[in-house]
Design a protein around this ligand. Sequence first.
Ligand SMILES: [Zn+2]
Ligand SMILES: [Zn+2]
Length: 668
Amino acid sequence: MADSIDCAGESIPWKEGLTGTEIFSSDRTVIAMWLNGEPADLSRELNAGDSIAPITIDSDAGLDILRHSTGHVTAQAVQELFPGTKLGIGPYITDGYYFDFDVAEPFTPEDLKAIQKRAAQIVKSGQTFNRVVVTEDEARQRMANEPFKLELIDDKGHASDGDSAVEVGAGELTVYENIDRKGEVVWQDLCRGPHLPNTKLIGNGFAITRSSAAYWRGDQSNASLQRVYGTAWASKDDLKAYQDRIAEAERRDHRKIGAELDLFSFPEELGSGLPVFHPKGGVIKREMEDYVRARHIEEGFEYVGTPHISKESLYYTSGHLPYYGENMFPAMSVDEVRDESGQVVKDGTPYRLKAMNCPMHNLIYRSRGRSYRDLPLRLFEFGTVYRDEASGVIHGLTRVRALTQDDSHSYVAQEDAGAEIRHLLNFVLSLLRDFGLDDFYLELSTRDEEGKKADKFIGSDEQWTEATRVLEEVAQETGLELVPDPGGAAFYGPKISVQARDAIGRTWQMSTVQLDFNQPERFELEYVAADGTRQQPVMIHSAKFGSIERFLGVLTEHYAGAFPVWLAPVQVTCIPVADEFNDYLAEVAAQLRAAGVRVEIDDSDDRFGKKIRNASKSKVPFTLIAGGEDRDAGAVSFRFRSGEQDNGVPVAEAVARILDAIETKAQV
Ligand SMILES: [Zn+2]
Ligand SMILES: [Zn+2]
């Protein structure tokens, strides 16, 4: 309608000069608005026919605006405290924001405190954010002392996204002014906005968190800048809850716990992203592997083995090259022959480190004729693969360069794909539950239909539509929440991934189930159907843990190092109250050991109290104590991680209790 605007589905009469400020004046939590689908300042003048909706401060879009606005205030504080500082970019990020500065000296912790204090004063002073549309010339005049901003203005037109999107982007150029109570412009920045109406709305839910070095536009050949990070929330309580989450995550950091409990390490000498498992970490890893191998075999999988390198040409057949090339380590030349002078007389054959197990499993499938009676053929192995991850993204065990997948490939008749995916998904969920993860949602990753990555996907439209339909149907049957992930598919087919929430509510992508029509075609896989015709199977890729390394990292954080009994490197520590009970406890330990329990006896010279503290620090599930009373009664006393005790338990009952906890995968 020509003389009205649409406000969240309701028609509001339009008049000259009408703004969102006026429309949403009665609701103080509304800090910006959707204007024809884009976030915008409330103060924007509306045109007849516009469609708007409120953005509240605690919504995702609202928090982004709050965080970016806090970035402006932080930058204003920095320029006031450190005159001559030049501005880089300052976008919002997950949970916060950063702002880059060209400053003479790196910021010290005291500097950051001073910035926080000054920013808080600016917040309180109630400056308004004022959007001004400017011409390029005007923008240059206003930003005359800001060389980086001038560069962004010059770039406008070339770059419509990327790191300068916050400042310029597509459309008109805008500057945001900060206006104080006297009506004076006290600060300004080149920015697309939107912003809060007033700095007061930032309140006391923000904190400057840290600073680090950064390069202009992330390029090491550019100027070195100082990046100040902050976090901002709709309330002080929300900020506190966030800070508690961060502290808890730090306490659970698997790299820290891995070192404390002597589980694994990341030797510099070995290279980045290449972990080693120490004996105690090796126990957990072995338990995981043994259990998962046994479960696969129960579920009809056959255990196979494949090498770590192969001819490069195999990956061209599979399509991993060139599609997945950037994640693979460079080729090495094998069987090259040189003469005495070093001249190549026979070219080598390029080989690659394995990045995926599927091509090799396809060769096992193809090694003989297959009939419909062989299907489903389910191949499984612990396949170690190597991925050339950028050193910047490598993180502990959760992002590594060498990882061992519990990888399986099911080859099935096309009409049985749905049933096999159902089988796999149920299998995956039951496995994760056995490891103590039971809060899941599913993500359905499909191909990018027409975006810029559309040509990254191989296969026909019909194949993709059918594969996506099958996955979606099976995913919905689980009754779990299903989140779409358009564009997130592998190049050869759509996938379902299982996202698990850990003990502190973080989500981790664990298992994946991928349907693939492409590799069977590329490898010319076939089977003889019941009617004697030759048919092509479909293959379903599935990794249940994702990788052993990553899963162990996630479990370490989920349990904060206090593993359930069946996974614990040491399950029982025996502590005699005094030396004279060493022999008695050694007998108990021998009984447990004979039953397959991982048991240690602390007969060191440490005092009793120290031994108890050491056992507690090692997070051992059961500590068994014995003194005179216990020995006389043929009993032991349990001490649990919580510090609680259960005294005078007859030895036979103690052994049975421990075995039961292992058997039932209990947490104690
Ligand atoms: Zn801005
Ligand atoms: Zn695969």
